[in-house]
Design a protein around this ligand. Structure first.
Ligand SMILES: C[S@@+](CC[C@H](N)C(=O)[O-])C[C@H]1O[C@@H](n2cnc3c(N)ncnc32)[C@H](O)[C@@H]1O
Length: 231
């Protein structure tokens, strides 16, 4: 297991609430040693991975359970004619049965599997497709100090838990990357949390608790932790 960390500043990219997710997509692609031509992307959102691919692919299947996200996929560009958006839930074993009829070269999932209801089952279903994987999953130290300050238990599975599960189902390299995103003001930071979707859009605190947290949060940055699983 390799641990690395990276520091970025939000002010430079004002209005971009997907900075960390974009970094995750970039790393997933940078880590490849080949250019897969038949791709599955689980929890594809509005197509960040699809849009970042700069080579010709034969088939790109993006799965998401939010139709509004699928609709936002690019409508033009080199690979659009081979893009297939599938409305589906990665918690559902039947989805993988349906997907097993495709021959994929690689299965990706970027910043989505942290919301798996049962990660072990989802890993088992992904592994049943018997294809190489590139998975990136947000883990427990995301917003660590924020949760500690608020006295709230972390929302996500720990990196140890994700890694242990990954080792059971994939013969893969596991890398844990810590990202820090710096802000000019606490208000900006909290707006980011709300809009970025990293918190799963859950309102963990009431107005008063949130106000108190904003006053007492000791850092000028947010912490993110992502487990990368690749074979
Ligand atoms: C933070 S976004 C990441 C989107 C994209 N992969 C990216 O890197 O920008 C997480 C995505 O996972 C999707 N998602 C969450 N749970 C899901 C599920 N059970 N089945 C399918 N998609 C899911 C959400 O709808 C959302 O589009």
């Amino acid at each position: 297991m390799k641990i690395q960390s990276e520091f970025s500043k939000y002010a430079d990219q004002y209005g971009n609430y997907n900075i960390i997710q974009e970094k995750v997509v970039t790393k997933l692609l940078d880590d490849l040693s080949e250019q897969p031509r038949r791709i599955l992307d689980l929890g594809c959102g509005k197509g960040a991975l699809f849009s970042a691919i700069d080579w010709k692919v034969d088939h790109f299947v993006g799965v998401d359970f939010a139709p509004g996200m699928l609709e936002l996929h690019p409508k033009e560009g080199e690979n659009v004619s081979v893009l297939e958006c599938v409305y589906g839930d990665f918690n559902d074993a039947a989805l993988f049965e349906q997907l097993s009829y495709n021959g994929f070269d690689r299965i990706f999932s970027a910043s989505a599997l942290q919301w798996a209801e049962n990660l072990e089952n989802v890993f088992k279903n992904i592994a049943s497709l018997q294809k190489p994987v590139s998975l990136a999953i947000f883990s427990g130290s995301t917003f660590k100090t924020l949760f500690e300050t608020a006295g709230v238990t972390p929302l996500l599975r720990s990196s140890d838990e994700v890694e242990a599960l990954a080792k059971c189902y994939f013969n893969a390299k596991v890398e844990i990357v810590q990202y820090k995103l710096e802000f000019d003001s606490v208000r900006e930071m909290f707006r980011y949390i709300k809009k970025s979707g990293v918190s799963g859009n859950r309102n963990l605190l009431g107005y008063k608790e949130m106000k108190k947290l904003m006053e007492s949060y000791p850092l000028d940055y947010l912490e993110f932790e992502v487990v990368f699983i690749k074979n």
